[in-house]
Design a binder for this molecule. Structure first.
Ligand code: NAP
Length: 295
């Protein structure tokens, strides 16, 4: 049976390290990092994600300031708010919870955030920095996956990493991160997507297989090489009458059968999710230190 790569446990360990670092920053520099979280509308998923982020900030000692608006909040007002937050020295990071209501141009909003406060790492300047290997802000999910591998002693260098999914928030930045000629990277990376033919022939070549398709049963045991490491990023709600909520969460990978073949596998829930939020916290702390000129 595969080793279970628990994101919950690892995230807790990293957050404990952050707590110590933040206590030190406060003592030495009187610095408390702050994050502005903007939520527009009543999407239940977004409300719950924002709650999770606020809770995580409070846990480590980051000051999270929530800006919550009704679904009809005007786009112009949102631009004005972002401009004010960009210019507010008390705010180190700005996060706009996606998706935004359809009358708001998401791209324009994300591009309006000062790249130095773009702790989600979605601004083209930070995407470009990742592309050329310059310091910037790496999106939480790819960074969390890299940390999950490294901190579990799984060597990335020289490995063949196959990623299923090419989104701008998971697949593409993860590929850019892991091909860097740097420590904790230097992998050979292949990306699969819906245009890929005979995907199993490619996924079976993976030493490390990362699945971020957003569809249950995308990867079964036949598609995995014996001994491979499997990271399941997908989060899918399926009906489950035995649960009070009426649903449960599953990943993109057929967990039972794949865990009998893989050497290590991340679960859903409790895998990549907690790591994503933790790396967001990492970016807020980094932003605060950079803005205060602390190395
Ligand atoms: P996305 O933007 O919908 O992208 C999905 C990607 O998967 C696309 O590139 C798509 O290919 C590819 N794909 C879909 N079905 C496929 C199939 N059957 N075979 C091959 N490729 C397939 O999704 P995302 O934002 O990257 O998120 C992916 C999943 O991860 C979702 O379940 C999401 O909820 C989850 N997620 C979890 C976290 C976390 O922290 N745990 C964070 C982010 C995302 P095309 O480009 O050809 O359409």
């Amino acid at each position: 049976m595969a080793t279970i790569l628990s994101g919950t446990e690892l995230a807790q360990k990293i957050r404990n390290e952050m707590k110590e670092e933040l206590a030190e920053l406060k003592k030495k520099h009187n610095l408390v990092p702050s994050l502005a979280v903007i939520l527009v509308g009543d999407d239940p998923g977004s409300i719950s994600y924002v709650k999770g982020k606020e809770k995580a900030c409070a846990e480590v000692g980051i000051d999270a300031r929530k800006y919550k608006f009704d679904a009809d909040y005007p786009e112009g007002d949102l631009h004005k708010l972002i401009s004010d937050l960009n210019n507010d020295p008390e705010v180190n990071g700005i996060l706009v919870q996606l998706p935004l209501p359809s009358h708001i141009n998401e791209e324009k909003i994300l591009y309006a955030i000062d790249p130095e406060k773009d702790v989600d790492g979605f601004h083209p300047i930070n995407v470009g920095r990742l592309m050329i290997g310059a310091p910037g802000y790496v999106p939480g999910t790819p960074h969390g996956i890299q940390q999950m591998l490294v901190r579990n002693g799984i060597d990335i260098a020289g490995k063949h990493v196959v990623i299923v999914g090419r989104s701008n928030i998971v697949g593409k930045p993860l590929a850019l991160l892991l091909i860097q000629k740097k420590k904790d990277a230097n992998a050979t990376v292949t990306i699969c997507h819906t245009g890929t033919k005979n995907m199993g022939d490619i996924t079976r070549l993976a030493d490390i297989l990362v699945v971020a398709a957003g569809r249950p049963h995308t990867v079964n045991a036949d598609m995995v090489r014996t001994g491979a490491v499997v990271i399941d990023v997908g989060v899918n709600r399926i009906e489950d009458a035995t649960k009070k909520s009426g649903y449960r969460l599953i990943g993109d990978v057929d967990f039972e059968e794949v865990s009998a073949r893989a050497s290590a596998i991340s679960p859903v829930p409790g895998g990549v999710g907690p790591m994503t939020i933790t790396m967001l916290l990492h970016n807020v702390i980094t932003a605060a230190k950079r803005q205060a000129g602390i190395d």
